[in-house]
Design a protein around this ligand. Structure first.
Ligand SMILES: [Zn+2]
Length: 354
């Protein structure tokens, strides 16, 4: 198991030292480890997919193995993956379960992360499980319910004016030393952890033709690409899905890289979880979407709001960011063949945003 930089060739043992980015060239790192495509019969997602992850976390709160609900939306059958049913109410728990455990094993006593919300809840939750103190840097604009959840779990909420202020607060904590900067936008353990949702989909429905996912930091879409590629490499499938990334008109960095231009449209700030202006892996994200013959679909507040209401009234109690995938599906459904299998990842619970 080792850190690998695909940009400059840097490598180092995974448990020798922690790097949140390449110490030589500053690019995001990957982790190299041996993958075995066997799936065990366990109700613990980490045991079940042991062959697909570099190490097993010691503790679990039942993250993963979330339900998939199939619903007919003529002419398609949509598969909704209910990631909001994870312990902290979002898919981020899959990544945090691995990443926070890693920090604990490396002997850190404190964690710090800058986040708009869901990652904060999840880092606070797993930090608490391992007896680590957590500092969660959140913008003032983060939903109150998310900030309250962090405090209730036992994390310390540090309010930042904006993203820039948040990163200087993070730097201060890091320079004080002995603090594990979880760096979920960079940390490959988030990609590896989130990818377990792919193996679950594969077990129940095989590989879908289309996968819709919101793109903020891009950790989710990269994880989807990663998981399906692992299935391919292991000979478990011959096809890969088209990845449809969803962004808002107000913040469309991946669309810009993919198409070399912006599209002006309605404000999309309702989807606070995907307001990430500078995702560090933006090129990689655009490349994965492009290579899958996918697309980035842009949505605005009125589409998000109406999709959110429709989802709630259909029993899917998600947050606005998660509703973007349904809004995007409705926008391009006429371009999708009627017999296609379509997966929509419902990322986060709406009960935190009421
Ligand atoms: Zn490097």
């Amino acid at each position: 198991m080792e850190w690998v930089c695909t940009s400059c060739g840097f490598t180092r043992g995974l448990f020798e030292e922690y790097y949140w980015k390449c110490p030589r060239c500053g690019k995001p790192l990957s982790i190299r480890y041996s993958v075995r495509g066997e799936i065990l019969s366990s109700r613990n997602t980490w045991e079940r997919y042991r062959g697909f992850i570099p190490f097993m976390p010691e503790k679990t709160r039942g993250e993963g193995l979330t339900p998939i609900v199939a619903e007919k939306y003529s002419p398609h059958t949509l598969l909704f993956k209910l990631e909001y049913m994870n312990p902290g109410g979002s898919f981020k728990d899959r990544g945090s379960a691995l990443a926070v455990y890693y920090g604990y094993k490396m002997g850190f006593e404190k964690t710090v992360v800058d986040t708009s919300g869901n990652t904060g809840i999840s880092v606070a939750l797993y930090s608490k499980l391992y007896g680590l103190e957590s500092m969660i840097i959140m913008p003032r604009t983060a939903p109150l319910g998310k900030r309250k959840a962090v405090s209730r779990i036992g994390g310390k909420v540090v309010e930042a004016e904006d993203r820039l202020a948040a990163s200087s607060i993070v730097e201060k904590y890091i320079s004080d030393g002995d603090v594990y900067y979880v760096a979920h936008l960079w940390n490959p353990l988030y990609i590896i952890g989130h990818a377990t949702m792919v193996y679950e989909v594969y077990e129940e429905y095989g590989v879908p033709d289309y996968v819709f996912a919101p793109v903020g930091s891009g950790g989710l879409i990269l994880a989807l690409a990663y998981g399906f590629e692992k299935l391919l490499e292991q000979g478990l499938t011959k096809k890969l899905p088209r990845l449809i990334g969803v962004q808002g008109y107000s913040c469309q960095p991946v669309y810009e890289v993919l198409h070399g231009k912006r599209i002006e449209g309605e404000d999309s700030s309702l989807a606070d979880g995907i307001m990430v202006y500078n995702p560090p892996r933006v090129k990689e994200i655009a490349e994965k979407i492009d290579r899958s013959h996918g697309e980035v679909v842009l949505v605005g507040n009125s589409e998000i709001q109406s999709s959110l209401e429709e989802l709630w009234q259909n029993g899917f109690l998600v947050e606005p960011t998660s509703a973007t995938v349904y809004a995007a599906y409705k926008k391009i459904k006429n371009e999708i063949p009627g017999d296609a299998t379509i997966l929509l990842v419902l990322t986060g619970s709406g009960l935190k945003t009421l």
